[in-house]
Design a protein around this ligand. Structure first.
Ligand SMILES: [Cu+2]
Length: 164
């Protein structure tokens, strides 16, 4: 049984690499600059939605790519602006969008990426210390399962960045 499972694993890896190459080389692929970090994680398209006065929560979005050789897991996040930050998913249930905390965080395989975007996965900044204004910068630390943290500065915007 060992031999076939090795082949299956190799085939899965080949498919993963092929998919990754295709997506990187396809026309229209975003060429947005990535934030350079010491971590193997590369962050792009990061932003927080600016809030109206009185809002208690705000959502943060980004693409997280794992350029390292080992799987990594984003287990949570924190921000000075929020009493609590959770990783949320959004699903349609009974005709309504519902969001809930992702219990095990975001696992990112080597070479893979996870996209947090409106309508799907997002960081939920809760218990805000005040409104987040359009154009301001919000510091958010991603917490990783290897014990490290990744410090990010996210621009606040009213709407998603325009597609290039
Ligand atoms: Cu949420």
């Amino acid at each position: 049984m060992k031999f076939p499972s090795k082949i299956a694993a190799a085939a899965a890896l080949a498919a993963l690499l092929a998919a990754h190459t295709a997506s990187a080389g396809s026309p229209g692929a975003t060429e947005a600059p990535e934030l350079r970090t010491a971590s193997p994680l590369r962050i792009s398209d990061a932003w927080v939605r600016a809030t109206p006065p009185g809002a208690q929560v705000a959502a943060g979005y980004m693409t997280i790519r794992n350029t390292g050789p080992a799987p990594l897991r984003v287990t949570g996040a924190r921000s000075d602006r929020a009493g609590k930050v959770q990783i949320h998913s959004m699903t349609m249930a009974d005709g309504q969008m519902r969001m809930r905390e992702v219990p095990d965080g975001l696992a990112i395989a080597p070479g893979a990426q996870v996209t947090l975007a409106p309508g799907g996965l997002h960081l939920m900044l809760m218990q805000l210390d005040g409104p987040i204004a359009d154009g301001e910068t919000v510091a958010i630390d991603l917490l990783l399962d290897d014990g490290s943290t990744l410090a990010l500065q996210l621009p606040a915007r009213r709407s998603p960045p325009a597609a290039p």
